[in-house]
Design a protein around this ligand. Sequence first.
Ligand code: SF4
Length: 451
Amino acid sequence: MALTGLQIYKLLPQTNCKECGYPTCLAFAMKLAAKQVALDLCPYASDEAKETLGAASVPPIRKVVIGKKDHKVTLGEEVVLFRHDKTFYHATALALGIGDDLPEDRFGNAVQSISNASYERAGETIAVSMIALLDKSADTANYAAKAKYIAENCPLPIALVSEDPERAGAAAEAIADAGGLLCGAKTDTASAFAEIAKRNKLPIVLRAKSLEELGSLAEKVASEGVKDILLDPGLSSQADILNHQTQIRRMALERQVEGFGYPSVLSIPEDKDPYQAALTASLGIAKYAGVVILPNWETWQLLPMLTLRQNIYTDPQKPLQVEAGNYTVGEPDQNSPVYVTTNFSLTYFMLSSEIDASGEPGYIVIVDAEGMSVLTAWSAGKFGGEQVGKFIKECGIADKIAHRRVIIPGYVAVIKGDVEDSLPGWEVIVGPQEASDLPAFVKEVWLEMKI
Ligand code: SF4
């Protein structure tokens, strides 16, 4: 039977020394109860605690870290099937492929392109996670040299995609300082790959013909001393991928089947057309793949996939937020418009980009609404006329402008009267409902008003 946080707490030293990374033993106990951490983070756990908690304290999906540099990738430790039940912890790592047979200049350019593939969205940087080195040349010295080149010229972890133990082993030694991932072990080569994994302290991806074989293979490789394992069901059709990725997750979380308690991998077949490849990769991001390997890729595929990943791996209980306060877009002056909205990140970034597009600098007053969007915040009682009026009075925006006008979002036109009641002497203007209509609003309404 699962132990509660309090029951686990009673087994801990209760000294609150913080060495586990948590401020108190109780906080650590709660994490243990949720199976989000392992007991070995506490160096002072007694033998009794270890015996009692034992496997019960181990997250059902093992944490696996790939790479040793700043950009290392952490996978696993997931505890729910559905994001809305809690959250997903470690985002899918997107690995883009490069063939080792590319001429040197093209190879170098491709490494740089992948290293630089990142975008700013909703105040965060979303980026490609890994480089997948594809064994195309079948030349051991060349494969190892290309792996070494990536390790020396790119901060991202390297996935060594080779089914040949000799070439994979040579490349693994070449990237010893950077770390990476061995991708290519099958049932008949798993033991050879396991030796390479142990020698070089690398996680290993296992592939088998069926789920049953994959689970057994994982148990066998684990018994040979390799703990950091990833599971690749190796399928092509989207229906099969969805089915098997889901089954792996279910068997880990619901039935706690030993051979399935690892992150999974989705390898996109090389011959998929680019649209199908992007769709299939998105399926993997949405449904449980820890790593998606895209051997052939085009730049246009990246932003939609990374955006999807950002949306899925945002904690639904902690929406992306910006701090409450006054913000500027461009260089506004005392006659510039003042927009008011909530502190939901996406709302703020969409509004600021449309203000920028309008060509008319402006101020944005961000009201703390616990990260909710405008309509949600209003219906939850966090963005009413009184709150908006009170914050406008306190935030100091009145010192920056000569006029006394504030523009509220069109979706909450209903709060206009209450804002006016809270802000005597101010004119409250109802703006457009959609941020995309703001440039037209500025031209047709704001610029037509006399300051
Ligand atoms: Fe408590 Fe152990 Fe964490 Fe120290 S390391 S705070 S004793 S759980």
